[in-house]
Design a protein around this ligand. Sequence first.
Ligand SMILES: Cc1ncc(COP(=O)(O)O)c(C=O)c1O
Ligand SMILES: N[C@@H](CCOP(=O)(O)O)C(=O)O
Length: 475
Amino acid sequence: MHYISTRGHPERRKFREILLEGLAPDGGLYVPEVYPRLDDATLDRWRGLSYPVLAFEILSLYIDDIPPADLMAICAKTYRPEVFGTARIAPVRTLESGLHVAELSNGPTLAFKDMAMQLLGNLLEYELARRGEELNILGATSGDTGSAAEYAMRGKKGIRVFMMSPHGRMSAFQQAQMFSLQDDNIQNIAIEGVFDDCQDIVKAVSGDADFKRRHRIGAVNSINWARLVAQVVYYFSAYFQVTEENSSEVDFAVPSGNFGNVCAGHVARMMGLPISRLVIATNENDVLDEFFRTGVYRVRGRADTYETSSPSMDISKASNLERFVFDLLGRDASRTRSLFDDQLRESGSFDLSGDPAFGRAADHFGFRSGKSTHADRLETIRGAWHRFNAVIDPHTADGVKVAREHSVSDVPMIVLETALPVKFAETIREALGREPVPPQRFDGIEGLPRRFKLLPADAQTVKTYIAETLQAAVC
Ligand SMILES: Cc1ncc(COP(=O)(O)O)c(C=O)c1O
Ligand SMILES: N[C@@H](CCOP(=O)(O)O)C(=O)O
């Protein structure tokens, strides 16, 4: 398998070559040259597989430059009950007939990010050992990618993490989870801005080829293809748990911000997994809902990015949308470049409403969307508690709310759970008047000493901080 850039850079690259990378050299995102198509016999064969073996089968279609025995060992080391709490790894729970929740948040940091980040940590460790190199990861988080990356990379030889988060915008638990880590290889940077400012800095640094090479900078956000392909696996796992035969279709509802999670669903669907519809749920930061309803993609600035009670989705520039638009436009790289490079830079928006291709987002690619507000979130959390005795987190609640609006009888709807409620205790308290119970290993975490560096939202300042920190580490 080779990977190409959504913006048409002529180089075709192998998986191991893009594993440490963020953006392609032209600022595009890497995508596979083709999506492997599965036949019925393969789906049948995969039905009974354990999660690590299923992961191996799927990853093998995209990774042909790691020896199969090594890849299988990495999958087995990653997807263990000791790490994810259950033998199924991502069990599906039925709330009521036709409505299911895929539990993706039983990993080390209690959010779905662990599903991919644990694998990425092991892949990076493997590749760096093979190359005899070190890596300095620069990441951006709105609360969950950061802790997932730090827990996956802490103590890993040759890996250092610089993680930027929007100052004061994460939940109390998320801040405690990240800032209480005292490991030498973990550096938290609180940025005076929103998540999109942090993500812009990651992209600016990734675009500075000289700095990137000199300081061995790598990426773990979902701009990194390895993150996305690992997320494809749980769509298959959930599908097999909910259906008995491959003639059955399902819908997925996906709480969305950076478009990584649902983009993995798009990839699964392109591979032939019988997904009827992919339902995107946003919070009040509704750029994605607006795009899928109207064809207008209008990114918002800092002042128009609301601070909501599903804070991990407070995102107004959805990085991975470029991967989908590339497919939507029949993989026309020059149009993708003109939309995401020229038009977004010049006017902050583009409009596909008049383009016949836009109709295909719903008709051909199965996308639907909706949004949820604070009031919706509280009502949905209360409803889940009273009707199903289930406490769901605010992001998953956004998913359930929008899923209900799009449910069709006879097609099972699977909502992807994206975090556990304990990460957002403030909202659970407001909705239910009770405290979510943290797993014992997090007892007292909010009282631990914290360590982070506060910096302005400026790429040059962040680069200087990274360079000085690395310099100090060798002295
Ligand atoms: C809890 C939670 N839910 C949903 C999302 C949205 O996922 P994505 O950015 O992949 O669309 C995120 C982070 O992005 C998250 O942390
Ligand atoms: N919600 C995310 C935002 C970053 O997402 P990513 O999937 O692109 O890494 C977070 O919690 O940090």
